[in-house]
Each structure stands twice: as C-alpha cells, then as structure tokens.
Design a protein around this ligand. Sequence first.
Ligand code: ZN
Length: 158
Amino acid sequence: MQAVLERLPIEVIRDFTQAIPVDVRALAKKLGIRVSDEDLGPDISGKIERDRENGFSISVNARHSETRRRFTLAHEIAHYVLHRNKIGDGIIDDGLYRSSRGDAIERQANNYAASILMPAPLVGEKWRGGMKTAGDLAREFNVSTAVAGIRIRELRLS
Ligand SMILES: [Zn+2]
C-alpha cells in the first residue's frame, strides 16, 4: 500500500518541528515511511530502502540507545527528503554515518537530521531562556550530548 501524500515532505516536517522533543517516528509515519527496529549488527546505524510496494522503509539498529536511534531515523528521513533519487537499491549507513554515496551526501543528511531534531528557532528560544549547556539541551530535545554540542556550534550560539 503506497501512502498518498497530501502535502509536501517539507511541509510535514515543518508541522512536526514546532514542539519538542520532536516525534521523529510519528514524522516518518506521516511521510508514509515504514520504520522498523532491527538488530543490524555492530557496524551499521541504519538504512533506507525501497520496499516492494515502491514506498520506502527505514531500519534503525535496535542495539543502539534511544537518542542514537532518533538521530539515525532523522538521518534516514533526510536521505528520503534530500536524496530520494540517489537511494537506488538502498543506502546503508555505518556506525559513523558513512555510506557508498559519499561524504558530501552524508554531511547533508547529518546537518538536516540535526535541524529536524533541534529546530533552530526552538534551540534559540531555549538558549535565550538560559539553557546554555549541551547536556541541558540534549535532555530537552532528547538527543545525545554530542549532537547538541554540534548543533550549538552550527547555530553559532557559543
Ligand atoms: Zn546516510
């Protein structure tokens, strides 16, 4: 069954990034993407592939922590939004979010994933409200401290 999208992915993402923590699983579902948690072994974070019904499926590594899986899911959603014509027979991301599609593509996906999980306006709001450590922001946005730290630098908050 192919999901019929009434709205553009970017509009759906906008709707889902107005409140935190961003419900990234509900976002995937709304985009018509199936998500499964699977044991992908020690070296894979996640993957996105076309399924039999010509929709898309994302697998995230069930071995990883909740914050890690949230980032992986956002990263794969980024591939869906930005790189759909490059997915081909699937993109498999290793532990460092590298794939055969190359570093530029993966950097884009990481940046987009961070913007889904930590929307700039909401991060700015929290920051101005006094929440100025990666640890505090990480808890608030339900991401890893590493992702929160990267986002703080990206947004030039410190
Ligand atoms: Zn990737």
